[in-house]
Ligand binder design. Structure first.
Ligand code: NFE
Ligand code: MG
Length: 503
């Protein structure tokens, strides 16, 4: 007989995710992902000035406003017939690059690593590192106090097999603290070229409103150096050291095995080639992306809108009491296929595309670690892919920075046509992000977002096929049903953001 094991709410993700699993003989046999909130951004956008779109859609999320802003202005560029200037393209790449790097560091250290690293070990620390001694004093003072949740966000936590090597725990915790400073530098880099963070005002159709000056380049460069050092000396080595303790997680959390990426970082003003390429990988075969093949099913979603619509004609009519519906996410599908999006998808697509930086770093990592390519498609494979992607992007940012031309414009003027449409296919840190814009009589007549976590945490589709996270959980061994830490590790490997997913 199956037992119901709930992960509700799942902490250390963004937004409200509830997962119901059915467990038999200590193994997950079924999983259901529920997004617990309706937000209605697509409804709010209807009838507004198209120039409101990049500002309003950024409010979908406090973690990833930057990619929403970029997807929105990309859709508008297309609708207005804009070709960017070189500076405009490069600034957008640099803004997004800094955002990706700090976001991936956030995910590993502050959201996921404490599923593995034993924070409580800091009580045993006897060295003379100031930051670790401060953390130790804080944790001890919390544990000896009467407050309800002492030492949050570290405790309470599921009990489980945390890292027992205290040296490794201490190093990871020290980097946990350092990562906050490094992320600060990353967000400053976004603000330098996008105006502010969160919800930058400088992301506009036609380019970016900030000017390229030698001072700004120098300020960005100094912070980039900090990020590159941290990625090389902390993030990448830590992911590999943690992975060595948990080799079984290279066989856990596989998922659907199909991948989709729109690609990101145009390498020319015509956007004919992107540094991280787009494509769809179905049964290990790479296909060119065709946006017409994207649909959203609604059979199990709390929407009365018709099922199977392409987002260009998508609808989002809320139906809170709908029979059999168990989530506020639709179920996006590519030509009917369940596909995973995110860093692993970008690395898998890029590897098959033989993008040189991706191919080299993956081959090199497989050789050094003794892993097989199949191991990448797993819970730990997602962490590794995210770290490798970070390295590729942070290094490329240094080259884009050198290509900027100070005092040359980063913006072209434009006019909004009376009627038009555009699609902004971009990548957010968590995966493929699309905004579909339709304009009628100078106003937004329809606006649809299909967001990374909507793909990954999607419910069953009209055919009853479970979404990527639902599939990834099946087969996971749960040692203790009161502490489903193994399932939580699988879910967090996707870096879900439910605030985005329900938009
Ligand atoms: Ni709210 Fe987001 C990213 C987007 S995820 S974090 O990355 O778009 O669905
Ligand atoms: Mg949507």
């Amino acid at each position: 007989m199956a037992t119901r094991v709930m992960l509700d709410p799942i902490t250390r993700i963004e937004g409200h995710l509830s997962i119901r699993t059915e467990v038999e003989n200590n193994h997950v046999v079924e999983a259901y992902c529920s997004g617990e909130m309706f937000r209605g951004f697509e409804t709010i956008l209807r009838g507004r000035d198209p120039l409101d779109a990049q500002q309003i859609t950024q409010r979908i999320c406090g973690v990833c406003p930057v990619p929403h802003g970029l997807a929105s202005i990309l859709a508008q560029d297309q609708a207005y017939g804009i070709t960017l200037t070189k500076n405009g393209r490069l600034l957008r790449n640099l803004i997004s690059g800094a955002n990706f790097v700090q976001d991936h560091i956030l995910h590993f250290y502050h959201l996921s690593a404490v599923d593995f690293v034993d924070v409580a070990a800091v009580a045993k620390y006897n060295g003379n590192d100031n930051s670790l001694n401060e953390l130790k004093a804080w944790v001890n003072s919390q544990l000896n106090s009467n407050i309800l949740f002492p030492a949050a966000p570290f405790l309470p936590r599921y009990s489980g097999n945390y890292i027992e090597n205290d040296e490794l725990n201490f190093i990871a915790l020290k980097h946990y603290l350092e990562a906050m400073e490094v992320r600060k530098a990353g967000t400053q880099m976004v603000a330098l070229f996008a105006g502010k963070i969160p919800h930058p005002a400088g992301l506009i159709p036609g380019g970016v409103s900030e000017k390229v000056t030698a001072d700004k380049i120098a300020a960005y460069s100094a912070r980039l150096k900090k990020l590159r050092t941290f990625v090389d000396t902390a993030y990448l080595p830590d992911v590999i050291e943690v992975a060595k303790v948990y080799p079984e997680y290279f066989d856990i959390g596989k998922g659907c095995g199909n991948f989709l990426a729109y690609g990101i970082y145009p390498e020319s003003e015509t956007d004919t080639e992107r540094f991280l390429p787009g494509g769809v990988l179905l049964d290990n075969e790479l296909h060119a992306l065709n946006a017409a093949q994207i649909t959203e099913d609604t059979r199990f979603s709390r929407f009365s809108s018709p099922s199977g619509l392409n987002p260009n004609v998508g609808q989002s009519a809320a139906d809170p009491g709908k029979q059999d519906a168990y989530t506020w996410l639709k179920a996006p599908r590519y030509d009917g296929h369940v596909v995973e999006v995110g860093p692993l998808a970008r690395m898998m697509v890029g590897y098959h595309y033989e993008q040189p930086q991706i191919k080299n770093i993956i081959d090199d990592t497989l050789t050094k670690t003794g892993l097989q390519p199949r191991h990448l498609v797993s819970a730990l494979g997602r962490h590794l892919a995210r770290a490798l992607e970070t390295k590729i992007i942070v290094d490329r940012c240094a080259e884009w920075l050198e290509q900027l031309v100070p005092e040359k414009p980063a913006f072209v003027d434009f006019e909004i046509p009376q009627n038009s449409h555009g699609i902004g296919l971009w990548e957010a840190p968590r995966g493929a992000l699309g905004h579909w814009l339709n304009i009628k009589d100078y106003k937004i007549s329809n606006y649809q977002c299909v967001v990374p976590t909507t793909w990954n945490c999607s419910p069953r589709d009209d055919q009853g096929k479970p979404g990527p996270v639902e599939q990834a959980l099946v087969g996971t061994r749960i040692e203790d049903e009161q502490n489903p830490i193994e399932a939580a590790r699988v879910v967090r490997s996707f870096d879900p953001c439910l605030a985005c997913a329900v938009h």
